[in-house]
Design a protein around this ligand. Structure first.
Ligand SMILES: Nc1ncnc2c1ncn2[C@@H]1O[C@H](COP(=O)(O)OP(=O)(O)OP(=O)(O)O)[C@@H](O)[C@H]1O
Length: 629
C-alpha cells in the first residue's frame, strides 16, 4: 500500500512537473540546455584530465622534460572546459530560477484572482489561514522541484553520455559503470521514498504551528482576558516540539543516506582502479583512459544527487498542488451580466424583492442545505427608507446580502430600477448599491485612501461631505494629520464606532443610489446613529449629496422609527409590514421585540460608553420631533 502510494505520488508529481514544462517551455529549454552543457563538460573534463595526465604529464615525467606546446594546449583545453561548465551552470541556474519564480508569481496571481471571483459562500467555508497558505506556501511547495529539475534532466543525459563513453573506452570499465550508476539512482529513489512521509509530516506540522500562532495572536484579547496565556503557550510548545522532532527525523535520515550517497561513487572509483589496473596490464586501455574513467566517477557523484532532490520534493509538490487546485477548480462564481444602469442618473434607485427564496449551501456536499428565506417580496421605493426588523437568525443579513448581490436567490428575483441584479455589470452594481456591514474593515492606510479606495472622481470635498454625513468629520478633523492620518492595520488606532463611521463614509463617497446598512452603526451612540440616518434621509442635509434609497437592518427604536416603512421578519418570512406605529399596534411579536431592544439598549447605555462625539445640533433637534417614542 505504502509503495503504491509512493508510486501514485511519483506519477502525480511528474504530471505536475509536466504541467510546469508545458507552461514555461522556452525557459525550461534554456535551463536544460545549460544543464546538458554542464553535464557534457563534466564527462568531457574527465577525458581531458585523462588525456593531460596520460599524454602530457606521464611522458614528461618519463622524459624528465616538459613540452611547452603540449602543456599550453592542455591548459587551454582545461580552461575552455571550465568556461563552458560555468556557462552551463549559469544557464541552468538562471533558467531554473526564472521558471520557478515565474510559475510561483503566475499561480499566486491565479489563486488570488480566483478568490475574488468565488462567491462569499465559498469564502465563508474556508478559513483565512487556509486561504493565505494556499496563495503562499502551497504555491511555493507546488513549484519547489522546479529548481533542481533542469539539473536532474541534464544529469540523466550526462549519465547516458557517461555510459556510452565508458563502452567506447572499455567494456570492462563500462560494466563497473553499469553497476554503480543504477545503484546510485536506486539509492536516490529509496532515499526520497523514505524522506517523503517525513517531509510531508514536517510540512503539515509547520502549517499547524503557524495556525496555532495565528490563532493565539488573533485571539490575543480572549487569551489575555480569560487568563489562557500558559495553556496557549503549552499548546504552541507541544506542536513546536513535534515539529522539532519531525525535522530531526528528516535530519537523521539525511545523516544516514548522505554518506552512503557520497561513498558509492568512491567505491566505484576504487573498483575502476582495480579493474583498470588489470586492463592496463592486459594493454586493453591506456593510462590516459584509466585516469579519465577514475576521474569521471569522482565528478559524477554530485550531479547525480540532483535526481534525488527532485524526487524528494515531489510529495511536497503534490500536496501543495492539490491545495492550489482546490482553489482553481472551485466553482460557484456568480457571472455578471452586461446591463448598465444609467450612471449619470443621480436619483435614488428602487429595490424590489419578488418571491425570493434562499438557502445557504451546506458545509459539506452530502449534507442538506438549510432554507433561510421563502416567499420574500417587498419594494423599497426610490428615496424611501425601509427598516428590516426581526429576531436573531430571521434572515435580515441574508436579505441585505441579496440586495447588493453578495449571494443570488435560489428562486425569485431581486431588481434595481426594474433590472435583475444578475444582469447588471459588476461596475454598474458597485456604483448603484453599497452595503455597509456590521463589522467594519479598515485598510492599513490613510483616512483618505480608506474612503476613496482609489475610485476616480472622489476629491477631498467629496470625502469631507461623506464624512459629515457619517458624523465622522469631527473626529477625522481632530486626527493629527486629518485625512492623511494613517489608521493602522484594521484601523486599530480608532474606536469601534469611529471605524464603523469611516466605512459608512466610504460607502457614501461613491454616491450609491441604494444604501444597505446591516447594523452598520451598532457601536455608535444611539443618538448619533439616528442622526446619521436622519441626515442620510434628507437630501438637503448636505448640499449636492443625493438622497439614496435606504434599506437598514435596525435594532434601535429611534432608528426604526425613522423609517418610512418597517418590514418585520420571522424565520425567513415577511410576517408584517407597515409603519413603526402600525406594527407596534397590530403585531404583538414586533412590539415585544422592539420593547426588548429598548430594554437592552437602556442596560447597554448604563454599562458602556459610546464614542463621545456630539450630535450636530440641527439634526439632533430635528430628530427629537421625528422619533416616535
Ligand atoms: N454562511 C452561512 N451558512 C449557513 N447558514 C447561514 C450562514 N449565514 C447565516 N446562516 C443562517 O441563516 C439564517 C439567517 O441568518 P441571518 O444572518 O440572515 O439572520 P439575521 O436575521 O441577520 O440574524 P442576526 O440578527 O443574528 O444577525 C440563520 O439561521 C443562520 O444560522
Amino acid at each position: 500500500m505504502a509503495s503504491r502510494t509512493s508510486r501514485d505520488v511519483l506519477g502525480r508529481g511528474l504530471a505536475v512537473l509536466g504541467r510546469a514544462i508545458r507552461e514555461q517551455p522556452r525557459i525550461f529549454a534554456v535551463a536544460v540546455a545549460g544543464s546538458v552543457l554542464f553535464g557534457s563538460m563534466v564527462v568531457g573534463s574527465a577525458y581531458v584530465v585523462g588525456a593531460v595526465v596520460g599524454d602530457v604529464v606521464v611522458p614528461a615525467v618519463a622524459r624528465g622534460s616538459v613540452e611547452v606546446g603540449a602543456l599550453a594546449l592542455a591548459a587551454v583545453a582545461l580552461f575552455g572546459i571550465s568556461v563552458l561548465r560555468v556557462a552551463g551552470i549559469f544557464g541552468r541556474r538562471l533558467g531554473a530560477g526564472y521558471m520557478q519564480y515565474r510559475l510561483q508569481a503566475a499561480y499566486r496571481r491565479r489563486v488570488t484572482r480566483r478568490y475574488l471571483d468565488l462567491p462569499l459562500s465559498w469564502h465563508q467555508r474556508n478559513a483565512t489561514g487556509t486561504l493565505l497558505s494556499n496563495a503562499n506556501s502551497d504555491v511555493e511547495a507546488a513549484w519547489y522541484p522546479i529548481a533542481p529539475l533542469p539539473f536532474a534532466v541534464g544529469t540523466l543525459v550526462m549519465l547516458v553520455g557517461a555510459v556510452v563513453s565508458l563502452f567506447v573506452t572499455d567494456w570492462a570499465l563500462a560494466l563497473v559503470g553499469l553497476a554503480v550508476f543504477p545503484a546510485l539512482f536506486a539509492l536516490n529513489v529509496v532515499y526520497s521514498r523514505r524522506m517523503a512521509p517525513r517531509q510531508a509530516r514536517a510540512q503539515r506540522l509547520r502549517a499547524e504551528v503557524s495556525g496555532i500562532a495565528h490563532e493565539s495572536f488573533d485571539g490575543a484579547l480572549v487569551v489575555k482576558t480569560m487568563g489562557r496565556e500558559a495553556q496557549e503557550t503549552d499548546r504552541f510548545a507541544a506542536r513546536a516540539g513535534e515539529l522539532r522532532d519531525a525535522l530531526i527525523a528528516v535530519g537523521r535520515l539525511r545523516g544516514v543516506f548522505d554518506p552512503v550517497l557520497e561513498t558509492l561513487p568512491s567505491l566505484g572509483t576504487l573498483a575502476v582502479l582495480v579493474v583498470g589496473t588489470v586492463r592496463l596490464r592486459q594493454e586493453a586501455i591506456s593510462v590516459a583512459e584509466l585516469v579519465s574513467v577514475a576521474f569521471l566517477f569522482t565528478v559524477l557523484a554530485f550531479p547525480v544527487r540532483a535526481i534525488g532532490w527532485v524526487l524528494a520534493e515531489l510529495p511536497r509538490s503534490v500536496a501543495g498542488w492539490d491545495r492550489v487546485r482546490r482553489v482553481l477548480d472551485a466553482t460557484g462564481e456568480m457571472p455578471y451580466g452586461d446591463t448598465e444602469l444609467d450612471s449619470a442618473d443621480p436619483r435614488p434607485a428602487t429595490l424590489a424583492f419578488a418571491d425570493v427564496w434562499f438557502g445557504y449551501e451546506p458545509a459539506e456536499a452530502h449534507l442538506p442545505g438549510t432554507e433561510v428565506l421563502g416567499e420574500v417580496s417587498f419594494t423599497v421605493p426610490a428615496g424611501k427608507t425601509v427598516a428590516l426588523v426581526g429576531p436573531t437568525g430571521a434572515g435580515k443579513s441574508t436579505i441585505a446580502g441579496l440586495a447588493v448581490r453578495l449571494v443570488d436567490p435560489r428562486a425569485g428575483t431581486v431588481t434595481l430600477d426594474g433590472a435583475d441584479v444578475r444582469r447588471l455589470t459588476a461596475a454598474s452594481l458597485a456604483r448603484t448599491a453599497a452595503l455597509v456591514a456590521q463589522v467594519p474593515f479598515i485598510f492599513d492606510d490613510t483616512v483618505r485612501a480608506n474612503i476613496t479606495l482609489d475610485r476616480p472622481g472622489i476629491g477631498d470635498d467629496d470625502v469631507w461631505a461623506a464624512l459629515r454625513l457619517a458624523e465622522a468629520d469631527g473626529f477625522v478633523a481632530a486626527l493629527p494629520d486629518g485625512l492623511d492620518t494613517r489608521v493602522g492595520e484594521r484601523g486599530t488606532s480608532l474606536s469601534g464606532g469611529q471605524r464603523q463611521r469611516l466605512t459608512l463614509a466610504r460607502a457614501l463617497a461613491g454616491r450609491p443610489r441604494l444604501l444597505v446598512l446591516d447594523d452598520a452603526t451598532s457601536a455608535v451612540d444611539p443618538r448619533v446613529e439616528a442622526a446619521i440616518l436622519a441626515g442620510l434621509r434628507s437630501s438637503t442635509a448636505e448640499p449636492g449629496a443625493p438622497a439614496a434609497t435606504i434599506l437598514v437592518v435596525a435594532y434601535r427604536r429611534a432608528t426604526i422609527a425613522l423609517a418610512d416603512e418597517v418590514i418585520y421578519l420571522e424565520q425567513g418570512r415577511v410576517v408584517a409590514r407597515g409603519t413603526h406605529s402600525e406594527l407596534l399596534a397590530t403585531v404583538p411579536g414586533y412590539a415585544d421585540l422592539v420593547t426588548a431592544y429598548e430594554q437592552a439598549e437602556v442596560e447597554q447605555a448604563e454599562q458602556r460608553t459610546y464614542d463621545e462625539d456630539e450630535v450636530t445640533p440641527p439634526l439632533a433637534s430635528g430628530l427629537e420631533i421625528e422619533v416616535d417614542r
